[in-house]
Write a protein that binds this ligand. Structure first.
Ligand code: ZN
Length: 362
């Protein structure tokens, strides 16, 4: 299976934060033949290990999150309309009149749409107003609360953008959940490569959980692995569309990206300034592998690497990414060339990883 085929398979797999089981099963199945050990912890982190040839060497964790953002049912009205709450950073601007699916505990998928006031009935003063999530509702075709219940939808049922995967020109893709199924697809590519070319460093390829929700699932994996260094693979928001001015200069199609600074102050209060030595390992690999590498420093964005760095005596961490437009919508757009570049970069990083390096500071 090629990178793009696996990416499509993963993007079409609904797996909201806390409901990652379908992705856990698929990524475990896809990794298991290429690694020495594989296990799934209680939270749902899939931890696959390829033992390095250097027995005294350090451990490197490379991880991508298996979950996606979504919504959750918080109530059902007598007339069958379903009220929802956000799970993760869902932009309310894109919700009205969008297609969704609801996943019942019995494994059934129910189609629905998020309602909006019919255009013909919208007063002019409301035309440009975005409704907060508390005013949004899902219509599954039910006319009573009983019908909703009979369909298997209850408080706590997960609601997701209807999965889609479309080819654009220039080897670009528009899909749901590129965040972070792109990273998951790259993880499997790395496993395939290092099955044939065993690295010096012991490599832990980890599919993490709950990134979009509380960012801390990966921490639990790192507590078990105790890696010296860890690399997060996730998308980064690109700023190359006509509506973004003064963004982070990241462009789709210009290659993978290394994070030099992320920070999120609203509530989360975390971020990542990469370990300087690990950052130089990434940049050196880009030179030797001849991969064009972009850099970004972005406020308002962070990944689960922010929490992995805080494990044990500290873990040297860095974010690597591929550029994506329209992040956290159902039509995220990226270039497959950037994902291929990211894979090439990471192969170079693992092959040349300084296995005796302690990553001590000062
Ligand atoms: Zn992500």
């Amino acid at each position: 299976m090629s990178l793009i085929e696996r990416l499509e398979k993963y993007c079409l797999t609904p797996a909201m934060s806390g409901f990652e089981d379908e992705m856990i099963k698929k990524i475990k199945e896809d990794l298991k033949d290429y690694v020495d050990e594989i296990r799934v912890d209680v939270l749902g982190n899939v931890i696959a290990t390829i033992k390095g040839t250097s027995p005294e060497g350090s451990d490197l964790m490379i991880f991508a999150h298996t979950d996606s953002l979504g919504m959750i049912v918080k109530g059902v009205e007598d007339n069958g309309f379903i009220r929802i709450e956000r799970v993760g950073g869902v932009p309310e601007r894109i919700l009205a009149a969008s297609n969704v699916i609801l996943q019942t505990t019995s494994g059934k998928t129910i189609n629905g749409v998020i309602g909006f006031v019919s255009h013909h009935l919208t007063p002019p003063e409301d035309k440009y107003i975005v409704k907060p999530i508390g005013e949004c509702y899902v219509d599954i075709g039910a006319t009573t609360a009983k019908e909703v219940e009979a369909a298997g939808v209850r408080i706590g049922t997960s609601v997701l953008y209807r999965p889609s995967f479309e080819h654009l020109i220039n080897n670009r893709i528009a899909a749901t959940s590129l965040d972070d199924r792109g990273g998951c697809a790259v993880l499997v590519e790395l496993a395939q490569h290092f099955k044939k070319h065993r690295p010096k460093v012991t490599l832990h390829l980890v599919g993490t959980v709950q990134e979009e929700f509380n960012l801390r699932g990966a921490m639990v994996a790192a507590q078990q692995i105790r890696p010296t260094a860890a690399i997060s693979i996730d998308l980064v928001a690109a700023s190359d569309t006509p509506d973004i001015h003064g963004g982070n200069s990241v462009k789709v199609g210009s290659g993978p990206v290394v994070g030099t600074y992320t920070f999120h102050g609203r509530g989360t209060l975390n971020g990542l300034i990469p370990h300087p030595r690990l950052l130089s390992v990434i940049e050196d690999a880009a030179v030797t592998e001849k991969v064009a590498l972009q850099r970004h420093a972005t406020i308002g964005l962070l990944t689960d690497a922010s929490y992995v760095q805080l494990v044990g005596e500290g873990v040297a961490c860095v974010d690597v990414a591929w550029p994506t437009r329209y992040t956290h919508s159902g039509v995220e757009v990226c270039s497959l060339d950037d994902l291929e570049g990211l894979k090439k970069l990471l192969i170079g990083v693992v092959e040349k990883f300084p296995v005796e390096e302690s990553f001590s500071r000062g």
